[in-house]
Ligand binder design. Structure first.
Ligand SMILES: *Cc1c(COP(=O)(O)O)cnc(C)c1O
Length: 224
């Protein structure tokens, strides 16, 4: 049975049992990114209170409101994991230490230019697409290799790894195969991180060499 923590007088509860189970099971080089999109600052606080400091958000405005409320929790590191609109790049650079979802060279260039102006140096994982999923963005792996020289010249960004999102409905074996392609490309570019694995496929992602699991519903419960 889970451990329940009740927040003040609201009936809202967060079941921490899945979080603790996963935390105890994963290898020490694998990090959990708690994906808090669709959940409230109060829920973030409960999980932060037991030592989780990395939180992922996919919509700038929603994230910014929570960042304001939680600004006194200095240990929180915010990760942007959503689609990046050009007109939001400056705000993302100002307010997020990590960006997982850079899916084109043009966006990366823009982030680099703005980071320079803002005197920032975000940690970046480039989103790569290993399957033909029309609903997802991402670098084509071959294009990324071709551009790699140019990418490394860009200032004020630190690329630590690759990120990928698998299409829905794959078998466990298919998920593992795609994740392995991501790991192998990251290795060939000498990048330590792979941001891969969500609530439904995190175990396959660990087997394939993930270093960042992006977990939302599995730790916070269903989004209402
Ligand atoms: C929402 C989201 C997640 C988390 O999804 P869950 O299935 O709730 O774990 C992970 N990565 C990205 C990019 C997301 O948008």
């Amino acid at each position: 049975m889970g451990e329940f923590i009740y927040t003040n007088f609201f009936i809202k509860k967060v079941d921490l049992s899945n979080y603790l189970k996963i935390k105890n099971k994963i290898p020490s080089n694998v990090n959990i990114l708690a994906v808090s999109k669709g959940f409230k600052s109060q829920e973030i606080k409960i999980i932060q209170n037991i030592g989780q400091n990395d939180f992922g958000e996919s919509k700038f405005q929603e994230a910014f409101e929570k960042q304001l409320i939680l600004k006194d929790l200095k240990n929180i590191k915010w990760h942007f994991i959503g689609r990046i609109q050009s007109n939001k790049v400056r705000k993302i650079v100002q307010n997020f230490k990590f960006i997982h979802s850079v899916d084109s060279f043009e966006k990366l260039q823009k982030i680099s230019n703005i980071s320079y102006e803002e005197n920032k140096n975000p940690l970046i994982m480039l989103q790569v697409k290993f399957s033909n999923d029309p609903t997802k963005g991402g670098f084509d792996p071959n294009l990324l290799k071709l551009k790699w020289g140019e990418i490394q010249e860009l200032k004020n960004i630190t690329i630590t790894g690759l990120m990928t999102i698998n299409p829905k409905g794959l078998s466990s074996k298919e998920n593992t195969e795609l994740f392995k392609q991501c790991r192998s490309l990251a290795d060939s570019l000498q990048l330590p991180d792979c941001s891969m694995g969500m609530s439904g496929d995190w175990e396959e992602a660990i087997d394939a060499g993930s270093t960042w699991l992006r977990l939302g519903s599995l730790i916070f419960g269903d989004r209402s």
